[in-house]
Unconditional design. Structure first.
Length: 286
């Protein structure tokens, strides 16, 4: 690609140290140079603010919030500061494939009919060898119908549309889906790539209690929105969790959230992510 349009990457963080260092390092390894990263420190109380202020790469623009205001507020502040033609996400403690920005920018430059392009993501943890791939179904062209939300984090958005939308600061859950619904109301056509281009750090913190709580919160959320079909779906999931979770291992539950990574996907994680993660953790806890 002869001309590289500016891409703005939004990174909200709250107490993300030390793994935010891995997020920053993975972004530095992009095979695409014209990007900026807007980091919003959402009132962190650990070593995150000190680390962020030590970053010397001018492509990282750090803004500190005085108090912890929630991810929706942090995302909105980042969105307001973005200057790029395209907007991407990189949540603190997550990593990206080195070709992510390049692949997705080239796609949107060549396919103006699509409002966004997204990809599969790989869930990982620093305390487990399990790698789960999610978002790899229904690849290709999709039309948003109110239910088939693309995955928020691995998506690349057109700034001209994103700037017309906002994150709902009242929401403590589902602010990403709420934003996507607003965004896709302008153009419901999006595309899902089958490659894993985003690595989601979640498996260390997933518990049966957390999964169950999320089901319950989604029941309340969708009932309040009078979306009774989704209310029923999550109500059934919540009831299922009450009855069967006590008899299930956390590993068996995790594999219901995605499929096992194949050899290629595993090798790319081991090549691009594992060395960065291991290096950060070893240095942090010497």
């Amino acid at each position: 690609m002869k001309h590289e349009p500016l891409v703005s990457i939004m990174m909200p963080v709250y107490n993300g140290y030390p793994l935010i260092k891995a997020s920053v390092e993975s972004l530095k390894k992009q095979n695409y140079s014209n990007w900026e990263c807007i980091i919003i420190d959402d009132g962190s109380t650990d070593d995150t603010p000190v680390y962020l202020d030590s970053i010397e790469d001018s492509r990282f623009i750090v803004h500190h919030l005085n108090n912890n205001s929630g991810r929706a507020v942090a995302r909105q502040k980042a969105l307001e500061l973005c200057k790029g033609k395209y907007i991407g996400m990189l949540d603190a403690e997550d990593l990206v494939h080195p070709d992510k920005i390049k692949i997705q920018v080239e796609f949107l430059e060549q396919h103006e009919a699509y409002s966004l392009v997204t990809s599969a993501l790989c869930s990982f943890g620093t305390k487990t060898d399990i790698l789960l791939v999610r978002g790899a179904t229904n690849t290709g062209e999709n039309i948003f119908n109110g239910i088939n939300h693309p995955v928020h984090a691995p998506s690349l958005y057109r700034a001209e549309i994103a700037k017309k939308c906002s994150y709902n600061s009242v929401l403590r859950l589902g602010e990403d889906q709420d934003f996507l619904e607003k965004y896709l109301s302008f153009n419901p056509k999006f595309f899902i790539l089958n490659e894993v281009l985003y690595y989601y750090s979640e498996l260390d913190s997933v518990t049966k209690q957390k999964i169950k709580k999320n089901y319950y919160l989604y029941v309340k959320k969708y009932f309040k929105e009078e979306n009774y079909k989704q209310t029923l779906i999550f109500a059934l999931k919540y009831i299922y969790s009450l009855i069967f979770f006590p008899f299930m291992s956390i590993d068996s539950l995790l594999y219901k959230r995605g499929r096992k990574a194949n050899i290629k996907e595993t090798n790319e994680f081991l090549k691009y992510c594992k060395p960065i993660i291991d290096g950060v953790i070893k240095k942090a806890y010497k």
